[in-house]
Design a protein around this ligand. Structure first.
Ligand code: DGY
Length: 323
């Protein structure tokens, strides 16, 4: 059907989502699921009216500064758009959309999973059992620290930060603090049970576990650097399910090696899929491979958001989730 816009996905999407794209557009799936290199990405921008990229892709300024571009909408499959030069896309008249809201609960659940795993030493304990080094229960064996009653400091207080606050306060009896550069209206967060702190240093100094929920932008790059890590309480824990760029991972490795921090739980990394040297060798970190939104329900919901944005765009309606 030559009159239908060409919509291309850079990776495999949930079957239900691909089926809808296939019914409504000239859909070009990526059957091999192999990531596009930069030449393939440039060709995709020349071939597709709508492109559906994701966080594992790279769409830097260079792609928007040279050559012809056919693509009119980048419907990102995901909420974070730090992998896209949004300014460059806009300058070429390309609309960018994302998928806010639908991965909030899933990512908040994963944050609690990391908090529990790292504070209770679950990764280390499971590795020990699997390697045949567990010789039975003992009063002083495999001790972690209790989560209940501890103070959780949340950096960034958008949808996911708030969902984490609610779970931690109401589900696990934690005291919850938060810091965000623009303090929100108290009426919008009272029900989470969280209390604001005026600056980041205060939050870091008061928290037993710090969880990051800010976007990966130039202003949050290495927000948690060596000196901020030293501001954290000795024996505290750091959780990152936001973006790798928010943490100076080399400084984190040092803080963990020196036992200033008791542990870290990471789902995102500075140079995904590569890990900063030293991280893998540390026993007091839990390392997950960017699975914050990885449930079938959430990935389908993300895909449906991309469908809605592409549909609205080609119908000539305002897109629901512009970036
Ligand atoms: C996002 O949507 O930005 C996530 O990181 C993907 O899970």
């Amino acid at each position: 059907m030559p009159d239908r816009p060409v919509v291309m996905a850079t990776r495999r999407l949930p079957d239900r989502v691909e089926a809808i794209f296939g019914r409504e557009f000239q859909f070009v799936p990526n059957r091999s699921d192999r990531p596009f290199d930069q030449a393939e990405m440039a060709r995709a921008l020349q071939a597709a009216d709508g492109l559906v990229p994701c966080v594992a892709d790279r769409l830097p300024a260079a792609l928007f500064s040279a050559g012809p571009i056919r693509t009119k909408i980048l419907a990102n499959f995901g909420v974070g758009v730090n992998h896209i030069d949004v300014g460059g896309a806009h300058r070429r008249g390309v609309v960018v959309t994302n998928t806010p809201g639908v991965l909030t609960e899933c990512t908040a659940d994963l944050t609690l999973l990391l908090i529990l795993m790292v504070m209770r030493g679950a990764g280390r304990a499971e590795r020990r059992l699997r390697s045949g080094r567990w010789s039975g229960w003992a009063p002083m064996d495999q001790l972690g620290v209790s989560v209940s009653g501890k103070t959780l400091g949340i950096v960034g207080f958008g949808r996911i930060g708030r969902a984490v606050a609610t779970r931690a306060a109401q589900g696990f009896g934690m005291r919850v603090l938060f810091w965000t550069p623009r303090p929100p209206d108290p009426a919008t967060y009272q029900e989470t049970g969280a209390a604001p702190r005026a600056n980041l240093s205060e939050l870091l100094a008061e928290s037993d576990v710090v969880s990051l929920h800010c976007p990966g932008t130039s202003s949050t790059h290495h927000l948690i650097n060596g000196s901020r890590l030293r501001t954290m309480r000795p024996g505290a824990f750091l959780i990152n399910t936001a973006r790798g760029s928010v943490v100076d991972e080399a400084a984190l490795v040092s803080a963990l090696r020196e036992n200033h921090l008791a542990g870290a739980g990471l789902d995102v990394y500075e140079q995904e899929p590569n890990l900063t040297p030293g991280l893998l060798e540390l026993d007091n970190v839990v390392l997950l491979p960017h699975v914050g939104s990885a449930t079938i329900e959430t990935r389908e919901a993300m895909g449906m958001k991309a469908v809605e944005n592409v549909r609205a765009f080609f119908r000539g309606d305002p897109v629901p989730d512009p970036v």
